[in-house]
Design a protein around this ligand. Structure first.
Ligand code: SF4
Length: 83
């Protein structure tokens, strides 16, 4: 995805999340999605043992924490509809 496309998508995701009241997934759900869905996915790009990114949307993915972690936002979803 081109840089401008990623920025546009991020702006859309951010607006949706903010208008929904900034909801977060639980720590347990974030960890489960990361470990059982993203890490084994063919589109996952690992950075460290607990952090990486998605090659489809370019977003940051983490096992824990809410900063720069797409999985943490309850309104965000996998671009391949896996979660
Ligand atoms: S967000 Fe979806 S497509 Fe991207 S790595 Fe995770 S499961 Fe794969």
């Amino acid at each position: 995805m081109a840089c401008c496309g990623k920025l546009r998508k991020l702006a859309t995701e951010t607006a949706r999340w903010m208008s929904a009241g900034k909801p977060y997934r639980s720590d347990r759900t974030i960890s489960a999605i990361f470990t059982h869905i993203c890490v084994p996915c063919e589109h996952y790009k690992s950075k460290t043992e607990t952090t990486g990114s998605c090659k489809v949307c370019g977003c940051g993915l983490k096992k824990e924490g809410k900063t720069l972690n797409k999985i943490a936002w309850a309104t965000a979803h996998c671009p391949e509809k896996k979660w």
